[in-house]
Write a protein that binds this ligand. Structure first.
Ligand code: ADP
Length: 693
């Protein structure tokens, strides 16, 4: 048994079903062809007005979103390029301004090794090399350790003198040192013995002799160095100045001033820090005695020269490598080469080669700083400075050589933190997606709905044409019968015993005719919305009884048994008895039409749950599950051969449902194919009286 409420099978589905299972329906009927043509017409309109614009919209939308992400990438790239360019410009200008200043100095004949900080803050030391490749400024090339140390070590007198000195016997020590100076040869020995003798004399309290000794050293052994690289001349001058200070301070101060000036003006030797150390000591002694501005200027000069000396020592070994880069160099141009953490810049003049050693560490630090400043306002872009030995790991936006001077060094740009730009682009993208998706969804659902509506309209149109044919057929048949029988009687052709049967046929057919006319008229007023019912509280059992009695005669002549079972004492129901009788007549007539010939119809009325239920049952052909949802649709008639054998218009059940709804009731159907059908009318017991009914 299947039970359903009214619901129509979509026309498209039905059409497709027929196409897939041609056996299921007569696809090539006129009506189906009209339906197909209608569909094709609709599809044309659909494609032109909905599908094509939809596709164009989707295409444009997708392209806009795509071009959006490309534009974001190119925007990022643009920003990265700007940052890279800015950084490169600054680093390049760092070198170009160095080159320019250097060339200016060369042109004006100024020294290129003094005040190198003015040429570039990254410059640590500069060298001047002559045409034969020898270092000529600002330092002397490194020298071998002083010779003669052995002589001293093997001299017994020297050792003895040292022991005396250590014992505090300075007089004896002074004598022994003098003896040793006679015994030993060579500057180193002379310097050491003279210096030690002078100190011994001083300690022995013989200041005058010591002073003479020290003066002699400054005259004869000035440049001789001790084992620590100190020149005896410098040491002697320092000591003399100290002695002078004890007697007449100003003389001592003047001596110290001229000592420090001399030391700072002289050319120092790479690897030997004696001059620097003596200068430090001299300036320390002048603390509080000399002019402070002069003192601090002197100290910073000393610091610069000491640092240069340190760097010269670091760089000296790779001078030859730096020189190699100048072999094909033209005057006024610079070549750059790298050794360790030193970046060499070299240029040539007519007779000299100038070498400049830059500190790579500070250049790198400055580059990083410049890169960070260049990307300060674009946090979405970051720059990485890549030294030649490194590889960039990650996704780079762009990459460019850092500077001509720093060959092999690259600047790599990559995305930084998830920035406003990326977030903004994501938001716009989402917004665009929604803006494109919404009309598309509306378009598709609109298309779907209109497809259904059009399908439905097409179906109704085809049903209407069936309906017109069916009505005229249904009208013709009883009219023909009545006319035939009437003429028969009029002409007196009927036998006496046949008379009753002719009268019965005339009555039955005219009832059928009037029911048909009632249905058609009712249907048209229902359709136009003009149908009104005059409801009133009335005895529903009586209404059913009248309907049954009206049908009884017709049923009996057709040999149909009517089993009527009406419960006693049913409540009064607000209804229009004539309308409900029409409902019952339609159901009984259907039960007779689709029931077994000479069959049975059951009519019952009973109390349900808050309702009165009136059922009309038959044991006829039943209704298929496929048809069941559609039987209340207007003009619907089953396609099954067995149902088609009966005449009909397809509006009977539509009227039944309409009348029941107007009474705030419902009609339900239970059916089993081949076994029978039961229609049940449900009346609410306390139905409100709706206005307009
Ligand atoms: P019709 O004029 O075709 O009878 P109806 O609206 O009264 O129109 O019925 C619609 C269709 O429902 C019928 O064509 C028939 O297929 C089916 N139907 C209605 N009542 C019965 C019934 N008692 N038994 C089987 N089929 C029925």
């Amino acid at each position: 048994m299947a039970e359903v409420e009214t619901k129509a099978l979509p026309p498209l589905k039905r059409l497709l079903l027929r196409l897939v299972h041609p056996a299921k329906g007569k696809i090539w009927t006129e009506a189906d062809l009209a339906e197909v043509k209608g569909m094709v017409r609709f599809l044309k309109v659909f494609v032109m007005t909905i599908l094509l614009p939809g596709i164009v919209l989707a295409f444009v939308g997708v392209r806009t979103i795509q071009s959006d992400s490309t534009s974001m990438r190119s925007e990022l790239r643009e920003k990265a390029d700007v940052a890279i360019e800015a950084t490169r410009d600054q680093i390049n200008s760092l070198f170009s301004s160095f080159e320019q200043r250097t060339l200016e100095r060369i042109a004006s004949g100024q020294s290129t090794v003094d005040s190198i900080g003015e040429l570039s803050q990254h410059l640590r030391v500069a060298f001047v090399i002559d045409s034969s490749g020898d270092l000529i400024a600002p330092f002397e090339p490194p020298v071998a350790r002083p010779s003669g140390e052995h002589d001293l070590l093997f001299s017994e007198t020297w050792r003895e003198a040292q022991l005396k000195y250590m014992d505090g016997d300075f007089g004896a020590a002074a004598r022994l040192y003098r003896k040793a100076s006679y015994e030993l040869r060579g500057d180193f020995a002379q310097g050491n013995t003279s210096w030690s003798r002078a100190l011994s004399l001083l300690n022995a309290g013989n200041v005058q002799q010591a002073t003479q000794m020290l003066q002699a050293i400054t005259e004869d052994l000035y440049d001789v160095r001790n084992a620590h690289g100190f020149r005896f001349g410098d040491l002697a001058r320092l000591r003399l100045a100290e002695l002078e200070m004890e007697q007449r301070e100003q003389i001592g101060v003047n001596s110290l001033i001229s000592l420090s000036d001399d030391l700072l003006d002289q050319k120092w030797t790479i690897g030997l820090g004696g001059e620097a150390a003596v200068c430090v000591r001299a300036l320390d002694l002048l603390d509080g005695l000399a002019d402070t501005t002069w003192l601090s200027a002197q100290r910073s000069r000393l610091e610069r020269r000491t640092s240069e000396l340190f760097w010269a020592e670091q760089a000296h070994d790779s001078i030859s490598t730096a020189l190699e880069s100048t072999t094909t160099l033209e005057e006024g141009l610079f070549a750059y080469t790298r050794t360790g953490r030193i970046l060499w810049a070299s240029t040539i003049t007519s007779e000299r080669t100038l070498l400049f050693a830059f500190d790579l560490d500070t250049i790198e630090a400055e580059t990083l700083l410049v890169a960070a400043t260049a990307t300060e306002r674009t946090p979405e872009v970051k720059l990485t400075v890549l030294a030649p030995q490194y590889r960039f790991v990650g996704e780079a936006i762009s990459r460019a050589p850092l500077a001509e001077a720093l060959s092999g060094w690259d600047l790599v740009s990559h995305t930084g933190e998830i920035s406003d730009l990326v977030r903004k682009h994501k938001q716009t993208r989402r917004l665009k997606e929604v803006m494109i998706a919404t009309p598309l969804i509306l378009l598709i659902s609109g298309a779907f709905i209109s497809l259904r509506l059009v399908g439905r309209e097409l179906e109704i149109a085809s049903m209407k044409s069936d309906f017109a044919a069916n009505v005229s057929h249904d009208l013709r048949s009883p009219i023909t019968q009545i006319r035939l029988k009437g003429e028969f009687l009029q002409l007196g052709l009927a036998e006496e015993d046949e008379l009753q049967s002719h009268y019965d046929i005339i009555v039955r057919e005219s009832e059928r005719l009037s029911r048909l006319v009632d249905n058609v008229l009712d249907f048209s007023s229902i359709e136009s919305g003009k149908k009104r019912y005059r409801v009133r509280p009335a005895d529903i059992t009586e209404t059913v009884r009248v309907a049954v009695e009206a049908a009884r005669f017709s049923m009996e002549t057709r040999g149909i048994e009517m089993e009527v079972n009406l419960a006693e004492g049913l409540p009064v129901i607000i209804h229009e008895p004539e309308a409900i009788q029409q409902v019952l007549q339609n159901l009984i007539s259907n039960a007779a039409k689709y029931g077994e010939p000479g069959g049975w119809i059951g009519i019952s009325a009973k109390l349900g749950h808050n309702t009165v239920e009136i059922a009309v049952s038959d044991r006829g052909i039943g209704i298929s599950d496929e048809d069941l949802p559609q039987i209340f649709e207007k003009f619907f008639r089953s396609d099954s051969d067995i149902a088609q054998r009966q005449k009909g218009t397809g509006i009977g059940l539509t009227i039944v449902q309409y009348i029941m709804e107007a009474h705030h009731g419902a009609v339900r159907v239970k059916s089993s194919l081949g076994h029978g059908t039961t229609f049940t009318l449900h009346f609410p017991i306390r139905a409100p009286i709706a206005s307009g009914l």
